[in-house]
Design a protein around this ligand. Structure first.
Ligand code: HEC
Ligand code: HEC
Length: 267
């Protein structure tokens, strides 16, 4: 008789039963989390540029001998909604199902980390997913130069005074004042024939246009628009003297019709 018979199916079952028996206390204790087996507990996705929504799915299998009730799946933020097939969701032994998480990406960029808290009769588990949103418009080669500039300015209206933008939008201001200054730094936007629709025609503005109106617009511009702040306090390129010289010029140039102006305007 051979001392070491090859393992028979029966022997394998015996060892399997023994191992299972040894593990059983651990399984029973606290209804081990291994009852729910996920395809992955941490996922990573990369979205398309300008995607407004990311969808991540997690597939789960009930690996245990008992039915598992998944009560809730909660997302770590309001922008993510997790959907499960039913609520509560009963998974019989061996059965499989899919959880779908949708994240609203509007206004988001960079890397987002999201979590789903799964509360079930088998315990509490946390799923993680990472969303990589590629650099949007600013680096999108499909956008032409102008649109790219506009997107850069929408993200930061003071961008026009930095880097390569300064070549056309700030440097020409040097040593200029009055009308010359207006032509270099204001008319470039406000009187450009091809300007974007959000750049108003300064001749068309209604209401009071006194010195403080001009001063306010020049020094502070408008947050949330493409109109930059030219004052030094906000990183603009103009000295207080240059701003005063602009105000003088603009008060004449854009004087409301019918009102006398301090001196003859050059039209
Ligand atoms: C070569 C000169 C030049 C450079 C460099 C330049 N711009 Fe402009 N920019 C212009 C001109 C000219 C206009 C007027 C609209 C037109 O004709 O395209 C303008 C208009 C704009 C406008 C008004 C919106 C529009 O499209 O009419 C914004 C905002 C702007 N530029 C931002 C920027 C930013 C930000 C940069 C740097 C990333 C930049 N610009 C670099 C010349 C330039
Ligand atoms: C980069 C382009 C750009 C440049 C350069 C620029 N502006 Fe503007 N400006 C705008 C835009 C866009 C608005 C509209 C802001 C808004 O959404 O109300 C605006 C608005 C204004 C308004 C308000 C008009 C109203 O509706 O009452 C004034 C005044 C003005 N600009 C003056 C100036 C002066 C003066 C300069 C030069 C010192 C200048 N702007 C340079 C883009 C520009």
């Amino acid at each position: 008789m051979a001392s070491c018979p090859p393992q028979t199916a029966g022997a394998r079952r015996f060892w399997a039963a023994l191992v299972a028996g040894l593990c059983w206390p651990a399984l029973a204790y606290g209804q081990t989390l291994d009852a729910l087996g996920w395809d992955s507990m941490s996922k990573e996705i990369r979205t398309k540029t300008n995607a407004t929504e990311a969808v991540v799915t997690f597939s789960v299998t009930n690996l245990s001998q008992a039915r598992v009730e998944i009560r809730t799946i909660q997302a770590s933020c309001g922008c993510t909604v997790a959907k499960m097939p039913a609520q509560p969701w009963i998974l019989e032994p061996g059965r499989q199902g899919v959880v779908e998480a949708r994240t609203d990406l509007r206004g988001k960029s960079g890397i987002l980390n999201k979590y789903l808290a799964v509360d079930s009769s088998a315990g509490y588990q946390v799923l993680h997913f990472k969303i990589d949103i590629p650099e949007t418009a600013a680096a999108d080669p499909k956008l032409d130069g102008r649109e790219r500039n506009r997107v850069a300015a929408l993200a930061d209206r003071q961008a026009v005074f930095r880097g390569d933008c300064a070549r056309c939008h700030a440097m020409p201001a040097q040593a200029q004042e009055g009308e010359g200054l207006y032509r270099e730094v204001c008319a470039i936007c406000h009187e450009a024939p091809k300007r974007a629709s959000m750049v108003p025609d300064l001749c068309g503005i209604k209401g009071l246009r006194n010195r403080s109106y001009w001063q306010k617009w020049i020094t502070r511009g408008k947050v949330g628009s493409l109109m930059p702040a030219f004052g030094r306090a906000e990183g603009g390129p103009l000295s207080p003297e240059q701003i005063t010289s602009l105000e003088d010029y603009l008060l004449q140039r854009f004087a409301p019709p019918g009102l006398p102006t301090p001196s003859s305007p050059k039209r």
